[in-house]
Ligand binder design. Structure first.
Ligand code: MN
Length: 193
C-alpha cells in the first residue's frame, strides 16, 4: 500500500506532518495558467516572498533552448491563486477562462559570482535561473530582464540546454489539458459559463 493512504488523509501543508520527500513540500511552487482573455496567453507564476510573482507569456514556455519567449511582468498574485481554475466573468478584469496548465515545485538555482542568491535578489537584479519540477515542464529555465530602456516589465524566458531540453516537444500545442481537471480551455468555458 505504501504511503498512499497517509497522503490521501492529510493535507501536509496544513497539518505540518512530514512527507516522504520533504523537499517536495518545502520547495516553493510555480504555476502556469493558460488564460484566454481578450488576448490568449500563459501566466507564469513563481512563489517568492509569500506571493506569486507573475509574467504573461504570449506564446507560453518552450522546451527548446533556441526559443526565447517574451514574458511581460504583471501584478503579483496571492498564493491562493495557484490552484485557481475557472472562468472570469464578462466585464471583469481578465475576463475569460483560466486553466491550470502546469504546476509543481521549483528550485532557485541563481548564482552571482559563483554564490547562490535569493530569488528576491535575483529578480530585483533582472536575472534568475530556476529549475522546474512540473508535470509538463521540467529542468532549468532562465528569466532575463530587458534593459530598462526597452521597458521595465519585459523579460525573456529561455529553456536551459539540459537533459530536459527537447526541441521536438511543443507542449503548448500538444498537451493542452489542465493538470487539475483534464479539460481543455474551451471545455472550461462551455461548462462554466
Ligand atoms: Mn492573464
Amino acid at each position: 500500500m505504501g504511503l498512499t493512504r497517509y497522503f490521501e488523509r492529510r493535507n501536509l501543508k496544513h497539518s505540518g506532518e512530514p512527507g516522504d520527500d520533504a523537499k517536495e513540500y518545502d520547495a516553493p511552487i510555480f504555476v502556469i495558467h493558460e488564460h484566454k482573455a481578450s488576448n490568449h496567453h500563459f501566466d507564469f507564476r513563481l512563489e517568492c516572498d509569500g506571493v506569486l510573482k507573475s509574467w504573461a507569456v504570449p506564446k507560453g514556455l518552450s522546451t527548446d533552448p533556441r526559443e526565447k519567449r517574451l514574458a511581460v511582468q504583471t501584478e503579483d498574485h496571492p498564493l491562493a491563486y495557484a490552484s485557481f481554475e475557472g472562468v472570469i466573468p464578462e466585464g471583469e478584469y481578465g475576463a475569460g477562462p483560466v486553466l491550470l496548465w502546469d504546476e509543481g515545485p521549483f528550485d532557485n538555482a541563481t548564482r552571482q559570482e559563483g554564490r547562490p542568491v535569493t530569488l528576491t535578489r535575483a529578480l530585483e537584479d533582472g536575472f534568475a535561473e530556476i529549475r522546474l519540477h512540473g508535470h509538463k515542464l521540467c529542468g532549468g529555465y532562465v528569466l532575463k530582464k530587458f534593459d530598462s530602456a526597452e521597458g521595465d516589465d519585459k523579460w525573456l524566458i529561455i529553456k536551459k540546454a539540459d537533459d530536459e531540453a527537447d526541441a521536438r516537444r511543443n507542449p503548448v500545442s500538444t498537451e493542452p489539458q489542465s493538470v487539475k481537471s483534464g479539460r481543455k480551455i474551451d471545455e472550461l468555458k462551455e461548462q462554466d459559463q
